[in-house]
Design a protein around this ligand. Sequence first.
Ligand code: GLA
Length: 437
Amino acid sequence: MPPILHYATLLSALGLSVVHAMDNGLAITPQMGWNTWNHFGCGISQDIVVDAAKALVANNLTQFGYEYVLMDDCWHADSRDPDTGAPRADPTKFPDGIKGVADQIHALGLKFGIYSDAGMYTCGGKFGSLGFEEIDAKTYAEWEIDYLKYDNCFNEGRSGTPKISFDRYANMSNALNATGRPILFSLCNWGEDGPWNFAPTIANSWRISGDIMDSFDRFDERCPCTSVIDCTYAGFHCAMTRIIDFAAPVLQKARKGAWNDLDIMEVGQGGMNFDEYVTHFTFWSMLKSPLILGMDLTNMSNETLSIITNDAVIALNQDDAGSPANRMWKRDVSDGGNLQLWQGSLVNNTFVIALLNTSPKEQTVEVDFYDAFFDQGKAYQQMSWQLSDLWQKDSQGKWGKNIGTFQGSMKVTIGTHQTKVWRAVPAPSNSTRREEL
Ligand code: GLA
C-alpha cells in the first residue's frame, strides 16, 4: 500500500502551489508571538505592550521565531471618532496612539497586532467592527498594523449556518485585502458553524473552541460540549487536554497559510506543572496551532523559558510539510484518564511520534509501529527507526537526544501527565536495535 500523504505534502511533492488560503502570503507556517489577553485581560496599556515587546527581544525569543506582539481586547476609547466613524484608542492608556505604539514595536524588529470583533461590541464591551469593516481595515493599515484577531461577541444573531458566519467574516477579510497591506487575519469564532470548512480561504487561522483555561484537565460546565462537531455553545474555561480532544477530528483541515488555532498558550501562567506545560507546548507545536505565548514576558522563570525555546519542538510546528499530527489511538486506563498515540509526517520522509499519559499514574505501554505508521503502510511499519527524544538534550546540549534504533515496537514507561515525543528517521541498515527505553 502506498503511503497516505497529507494533501499539502502530496501537492508539494508534485511541485504544485500548496497555498489554498487567504491570498495574503502570510502564515505559511503557523504564526508565532505573544498576546496580552491570558495574563493581562482588559488591564492593558501602551507600557504593557511595549514592555512585552522589549522582553521578547531581550529574552532572544525572536531567534526562535516569535515575532508578533498582539494587543487583544480593551485598547479602545469609549467611542469611535464622532465625525469620521474611525476607531480610536483610549487616550489615557495609549498616549502615543496606536500608530505610535506600532512604530515602537516595529523599531524593535517585531510585528504588531490588534483585536476587534465581528459584532456590535467586543467581548470586553468596547465598540465592535460589524458594519464598520472598511473604515476599520483602512485605519488599521494607516496605523501599520500587521495582524488582526477578529472575535465573535455581540454578533446580532448572525451565526447559525456556515454561510452566515462566512459572510460576516469575509467582509473584514475583503476589507483587509483591499488596503493592500498584508495583514494576517486571525478569525476567532470559537468553532461556531465549523470554521475549518469555511475559513481557509478567508483567514490565516481560526479558533476551534471556547477559551482555554490554565488547567491540564479540569472539567468546567462553562465549556459544555464534548466535541467541536455540532457544538452549539463553545463557552469558555476549556482545559488544555479538552482542547487537544476538540482538535483531533479537524486537524487535517489545516494547510499552509490556514491553521487551526488552539488558543493562546497558558505555559508559564502557573496553573499547570512543568510536565503539563511540556505536554501543552508539544501538542500546540505538533498540531500546528499558532504558537502564541500568553504569560508575563517580563517575569518568566527559567523553567518557562526552557520550554518555549525548545527549538526541536518548535521545528515540528514550523516544519515545511505543514502537516498536523494525527491521533492514532486513545485508550482509557483503569486508573482514570487515558493514553494517546500521535504521529505526523515531517519533511524528508521523517516523522514525529508522541505518547501522552493523561492518567494520574505512571504507565508502561508497548507502542506498536503498526499503529504508529498505519497511514504509511507495511514497509514503514516494518522498517527500523532511529529515534531522538525531543525533550532530552544531546551531548552538545542540543534538544533531541538519539535514543537508539527500534523496529516493530518499543516499550515506554511514561509518567503522569507527561508527553514523550520523538523524531523518527529511517535507521542506517547496520545499526543495533533496542526494544525498550
Ligand atoms: C473572547 C476571545 C478571547 C479574548 C476575549 C477578549 O473571549 O475568545 O481570546 O480575545 O474575547 O475579550
